[in-house]
Design a protein. Structure first.
Length: 199
């Protein structure tokens, strides 16, 4: 009977050792998997650099397409010399929240078509503030995403602007069947001026 007990003890000890060894191996596997993921990320970045060096990259001769350039000129003609226009500005550069990362992730990859800003430097609590946002212009032209996803992205930008008290003007594309070019330009400029100078 004593031999049987000793045998059971020996088996249990052996099993305990095997479990410890398994735990050790599991930890090593986990560590190695993390290292593999890190190495893969580095290799992906190296591949990106290699692809860039092999590709035919050149400077774009225009940073805006023809529709955007058309709207840019309309905006430029209706702002005063204290303001300037920036195209394609990230929402994370315009809107701030109190450290809510989930909220930040909901808009950090979104861009507005045009942002009108003040040139003047302002100070708040001793910090210099450059280019205070005055108005957002969204151009819903031919390339505008009219899917459900596009609709929700538009709504996010609308609500952000409303919460931050920044006027947002949405411009539809010019339709020669509805109005003349001159009327379109006049109407659009009035909308922008109303948003900018109503206060």
């Amino acid at each position: 009977m004593a031999d049987m007990y000793t045998y059971r003890e020996a088996v249990q000890e052996h099993l305990d050792e095997l479990l410890k060894h398994k735990e050790h191996l599991d930890c090593e596997i986990e560590d190695n998997q993390k290292k593999i993921i890190e190495v893969k990320k580095k290799l992906d970045n190296v591949d990106k650099l290699i692809n860039i060096t092999k590709s035919d990259i050149s400077k774009r001769w225009n940073s805006l397409n023809s529709e955007e350039g058309f709207i840019f000129n309309i905006i430029k003609d209706c702002i005063n010399d204290k303001l300037e226009i920036w195209p394609q500005v990230s929402c994370s550069a315009i809107f701030n929240n109190k450290g809510d990362k989930e909220l930040w992730y909901s808009y950090n990859k979104l861009y507005v078509d045009f942002l009108i800003l003040e040139k003047e430097i302002k100070f708040k609590s001793g910090d210099a503030s450059y280019h205070v946002p005055k108005c957002i212009i969204e151009y819903d032209g031919k390339g505008h995403d009219r899917t459900d996803d596009g609709f929700f992205r538009d709504m996010i930008k609308n609500f952000l602007a409303q919460k931050a008290n920044i006027p947002l003007v949405r411009l539809e594309e010019f339709d020669e069947n509805k109005e003349s070019f001159e009327n379109y330009v006049d109407r659009v400029q009035k909308e922008i001026k109303n948003a900018l100078y109503k206060n």
